[in-house]
Design a protein around this ligand. Sequence first.
Ligand code: AGP
Length: 612
Amino acid sequence: MCGIIGYYGNEDAIPILINGLKRLEYRGYDSAGIAVINGGGLNVLKQAGKVKELESSVEESTLKGSVGIAHTRWATHGEPNDLNAHPHMDETGTIVLIHNGIIENYSNLREALQKEGVTFKSDTDTEVLVQLIASFYRRDKLSFEQAVRAALQEVVGTFGIVALCKEEPDVMVAARHGSPLVLGLSDGAYFLASDASPIIEHTRNVIYLDEGEMVILNSDGYTIKQIYKNKVLSKAVTTLNMSLEEIEKGNFPHFMLKEIFDQKQTIMDTMRGRLILDEGSAHLGGLMDCLDRIENASRFYITACGTSWHAGLVGKYLIEECAHIPVHVEYASEFRYRKVIIDSDTVVIAISQSGETADTLAAIRKAKEMGALTVGICNVVGSSIARETDCGVYTRAGSEIGVASTKAFTAQLTVLSMFALKLGRRKNLSKREGINIAKSLVGIEKTIESTLDDTSNLEYIAGETVKANNFLYLGRGLNFPVALEGALKLKEISYIHAEGYPAAEMKHGPIALIDEKMPVVFIAPHDLTFGKVISNIQEVKSRRGKIIVVTDKKSKRLDKLTDYQIVVPTTHTRIFPIVASIPLQLLAYYLAVLRGCEVDQPRNLAKSVTVE
Ligand code: AGP
């Protein structure tokens, strides 16, 4: 979703801002723009399309300055065109603003400003905000900082903003309410960004703004205040622990492929120091203070969106099987507006790679208000969900840049397996079974390596099925969510329509779609339901569907029934979802590449969805 970078220093701001925009591309966007202040002049260049195109326009321009702001926009209000791109300026050309989030009361504010005689150029809610700030600045003769604060008091909605004022060229003002902002502190220079990725190559020292906070940068340095009370705050500087390497592709053609291959390492990182092998249990330090309430919970809710929701479904199977506590898995967007049954014995687990997903954040705020204990399973350290939950576990997958989540998903599954182990061992899970699961987790590195060492079979299957317009993914039990995730990966990056179903549900509807053009992917390890899945495979075979199976050993039955087999090493049934997900990620990847799709930045998608 939209990305923000601001630079305040003494160097040429243009390359810093353009480079910053490139680092933000992964979030998903449709237009980009830049504004710099120079000798009392405020210059803006913005256009629909890619950062590369903006860069060319900037090179042909006379844009210059050492203080500036830049933005990648993901359209909400108004189509993605040059006029709606950020930065937005007020009609007098005094104030310029970039904004993430949504101003919900923009239409009332716009009408009121129009009555004052203000004219608008764009369809955006952001232009309303900048005109409002300018109106306070001119009409009420407020300082730039005061005008920003006054305008923000009128606003309903969410924002992460950075603004400049032509008449106060040494001041930059930024504020956060609902959309994250990070302040980077370097020698004589400051950076403001929607996440740390454009900052990391300049400095590791950052301050995360909390809700309702603003930063004022001027020649004396920085001041952080509460927006609404105007109270000065003193905040701790945090050291970023991500590396530049993490946010670069290295020798891989795409971030997604790099991140799929990263999984050999990341899954081990997720487990490091946490598995207790001889006890068949796990130690999750971030939960220690809340362990009593977790162990005595009468029910769990898992709330999340997209891929993280699929991880939650696997979590439900694992927790219910290992610990015999009921688990409800809810889309966060539903949870937040629905009458959920919550009391102080309820534990609500929020799963989120980014830790910033608006619906998931709102869901945990609601759960907290209703008295539940909230647990976060997040990848991004210091993210809003990580900070707002009562306790939690980091997934430690490292920065995930590809919009399609891969390594974060398997890290979430790994955390959920350890969570189920820990809880299970305090409840119903035998030590022996706990040790079996823990051993399989430890052995997973080799299992994954064997999938990644030779991808030729997957590339071949992709080549054979690339012309299909629809795919079906089917699995039972723990592998039903794996089917859902396989289908989601495929549609996200290749734009091939795909659906996931519990294998037995196929005959209740989707079977109508099956003909010789329809590839059907079965996730079919040799577990208790294998025989049942074989019957479902037979049903597809009779209707001439193309059968692809992900399984854990070759067998004559499968040889006879299937068109393509993807064989991964045998592992514990409860760990199989982690192992089976990786070839499905690769299959989606190769299909998308063959279809010439933009794998890392699929159309219309955003990496972190900060609007509801
Ligand atoms: C994953 O491939 C998707 N791009 C998307 O479904 C994502 O999982 C969802 O938006 C939730 O994001 P989060 O994990 O950052 O909360």
